[in-house]
Design a protein. Structure first.
Length: 48
């Protein structure tokens, strides 16, 4: 099987850090998401 990633890109993988605004967006989204189960159905709503 051919190599899909170079050694250089694997080394850079350890230095990835999300921006503060990305973390805030994901946390806010997860707080606003509501999943309601009713029998075999699931309803997802965003509470704004």
């Amino acid at each position: 099987m051919a190599k899909l990633y170079s050694e250089k890109s694997i080394k850079n993988l350890n230095r990835l850090e999300p921006k503060d605004e990305t973390v805030k967006f994901l946390l806010d989204y997860s707080k606003a998401l509501s999943v309601i189960s009713c029998k075999s159905l699931k309803f997802e709503t965003l509470l704004n």
